[in-house]
Ligand binder design. Sequence first.
Ligand code: KIV
Length: 279
Amino acid sequence: MAIGSVMSIHGQARKVTTHTLQEMKSANEKITMLTAYDFSLAKLVDKAGVDIILVGDSASNVMAGHATTVPITLDHMIYHAQCVERAVDRALIVVDMPFGSYQGNSTVALESAVRIMKESNGHSVKLEGGAEVVESVKRILIAGIPVMGHLGLTPQSIYKFGTYTVRAKEEEEAAKLISDAKLLEDAGCFAIVLEKIPRELAKKVSQAISIPTIGIGAGPDCDGQVLVLHDLLGITMDFSPRFLRRYLNLSEDINNAISQYCDDVRSGDFPNEDESYSE
Ligand code: KIV
């Protein structure tokens, strides 16, 4: 049986740990990761056998309707992580550290990470950036909290970048990204998300470091892939980047179901005899 398989030799759902992910990279077994922000969908994602559930700060866009990930707070992230944690039996839960909870001050970073772990029961944290945040990464790791890195397009810096276009196409930025990946590996991160970078660069990084890379818009040579669940399910239809594969068109199905419900109520068809209680 493959190392990362859902079942253990005892037939029980085997919990995914950071060690499992490392074993999967060594065995050339691809790692699956999806976002979730609430109990019901996290339960479905976990049951389907996804290896890592990311309580992403994309909740800021998907759940709260903000244009960027900047406004979401530490309290909001902890709330979403608590909801997800109650649902999950198998997957490793990674919780995004939101903008403002770690940048520029490693003491604040450590306090934020400790709050996430104590209050949400999540299993690990993720933060964006390389050399700029490596001191925070080290302090969080010393406290015994596993850290996932995030390089390439780092949406919390959108006001610095100005656009959501592909990152690290130029040699200088690509060289910094490779050096940042090695720094994060040396610091002790257990994996790194590579977002929206050329596939050749993602391949180079994945071969240059021994920890798993998880790509989003970074091509097929990463050790795993991540998507935002609501994009994959076709709930968010106004977001269509090249890298996105939609597996359902739920927005249409949901719209049809709700329209049908309204018609049935208005026509008096719902509720019918079978759907009513009698004395
Ligand atoms: O918040 C998020 O959903 C993410 C993924 C895009 C990797 O960070």
